[in-house]
Ligand binder design. Sequence first.
Ligand code: XMP
Ligand code: MG
Length: 184
Amino acid sequence: MDQSDVGPDLAEILLSEEQLTKKLDELAAQIDADYAGKDLLLVGVLKGAVMVMADLSRRLHHKVQMDWMAVSSYGSGTKSSGVVRILKDLDADLTGRNVVIVEDIIDSGLTLSWLVSNLRSRGPESVEIAAMLRKPDAAQADVEVKYLGYDIPNEFVVGYGLDYAENYRNLPFVATLAPHVYGG
Ligand code: XMP
Ligand code: MG
């Protein structure tokens, strides 16, 4: 893909496509080992997790199912409130299933901690989290990420599924935005 038209919008590339690829290989190997011979349902959180889900699931030497949820955090501004509304629920029944939630990023962790307890209440065998990115604030929330890509600084990032006003999701790397994009 040619990123020349978005180049001026970006401040810094935090994680290259090569770094993401290397981590995806490692995470897939871990998941393969942990779920060998077991049932596995990957639950992607729309829309940001689409890239991680596609790239991670293709690396598994494993029969998996995929399902999707869309949630929205109530709250003002850019911070999660921890109150979550389900916009699209799963099609799958979780009873007795091994679930891995696939996420793009954990910021405050409030959304995921709500999601984990919501899914745990549905009678699964297990619920774990795979997330490509984690910010330092996540340390304050009670979220245990079994499969983690990279810890990143506390900055707003785009690319690899992450957006600013729905743009930049298709970038194959993770980057910070130039101030002029925010209207600065
Ligand atoms: P929590 O509840 O962990 O929220 O605070 C995580 C959700 O917030 C969004 N988010 C971001 N989106 N760049 C983005 O494009 C970011 O730097 C960023 N930080 C948080 C994202 O939707 C995530 O699922
Ligand atoms: Mg998200």
